[in-house]
Write a protein that binds this ligand. Structure first.
Ligand SMILES: [Zn+2]
Length: 323
């Protein structure tokens, strides 16, 4: 039996109906975890009693306490169902080496393993592969320089950033965008929202445009003028049809924007967030981890000829099999 996560961005009905549970308090059911992460292990039934899957694996795999103390877990993967009602924070995940270093660093700083302000909650990387259960949208990696420059050119307040992009490239422009004072963030997002408010309200704004998702976050979801929304203007907006998927490796900035999906990742909760979110933001660490390459999104199609089995793979290093 899995465990729910009630993050504020989750929908109220998809996961409860999937698992046959009532939701009388209309809590957001954002994620359903199936795995053995110490923060929320699934339960198994043993001799008629519920037991933590993590504890069961510890007994049967003879995992040493020392290994768990060091953040090593007996199950290498974690599976989730996600119901994305509101956009998630623009985020990035570390490599295994970065996670090891960050975990030790935050231990030395005395930040508790489950403290809200902790970024590295375990020592693992968190490559993610998702398959859409309903039509899904996400922000994924940096768009090409030419695309970003053409987007910036639409707005008077983006003049200087456009110059920065032309002269110094994506990293310099992104860092400037992420570190500008809040009053400038307000000015930039204010112009974006003002220009697109009317077509958005009439459902005439194309969902492929980042501006659609900026308007949705600001006007419908009350996210405020969060700098994470500016990040979307430099990113690819990707639509994933039902049954297709995408892989997100370390360093690729991304955020789910809408839809329901099933996701498999290594057994980790290491999320380095930019925003918008009410959870912990670690902007400096995100800027350090991000890979500033342009990304051409690669949609994953199911492979294999059998009707009942769908297999997805990414470069032979990660695979996901649905039956
Ligand atoms: Zn992620």
């Amino acid at each position: 039996m899995g465990k729910p996560r009630h993050y504020a961005w989750g929908g109220e009905s998809f996961i409860p109906s999937l698992i046959g549970r009532d939701n009388p308090g209309n809590k957001p059911f954002a994620e359903w975890w199936l795995g053995a992460h110490p923060d929320d292990s699934s339960l198994v039934v043993v001799d008629g009693n519920h037991q933590s899957l993590l504890d069961w694996l510890k007994i049967h795999n003879e995992v040493q306490d020392e290994e768990e103390r060091q953040g090593e877990f007996p199950l290498p993967f974690l599976m989730k169902i996600l119901d994305v009602e509101h956009m998630l924070a623009i985020q990035v995940h570390p490599t295994k080496a970065q996670a090891e270093e960050g975990f030790i660093r935050q231990d030395k700083l005395g930040i508790g393993r489950t403290a809200p302000e902790r970024t590295y909650r375990d020592r693992n990387d968190k490559p993610e592969m998702m398959v859409a259960l309903t039509p899904c949208w996400l922000a994924h990696g940096f768009a090409t320089r030419a695309t970003i420059i053409s987007r910036f050119a639409l707005y008077a307040t983006f003049n200087q950033l456009s110059d920065q992009m032309q002269l110094f490239g994506i990293e310099a422009a992104f860092e400037r965008l992420m570190k500008m004072p809040q009053c400038q963030v307000n000015e930039l997002l204010g112009e974006v929202v003002d220009i697109h408010r009317y077509p958005y309200s009439r459902c005439e704004l194309n969902q492929q445009l980042p501006e659609y998702w900026v308007c949705r976050a600001v006007l419908d979801q009350r996210s405020g003028y969060d700098r994470g929304l500016l990040a979307m203007l430099m990113m690819n907006i990707v639509h994933i049809p039902v049954g297709q998927g995408i892989y997100q490796g370390a360093g690729v900035p991304h955020a789910y924007l809408a839809g329901q999906n099933i996701e498999i990742m290594s057994n980790s909760d290491n999320v380095v967030r930019i925003g918008p979110t009410k959870l912990h933001v670690d902007l400096d660490e995100a800027l350090r981890l991000i890979d500033y390459q342009e990304v051409v999104p690669k949609i994953l199609h199911p492979e294999g000829g059998q009707e009942s089995i769908r297999q997805y793979s990414h470069g032979g290093t990660a695979a996901f099999r649905l039956q």
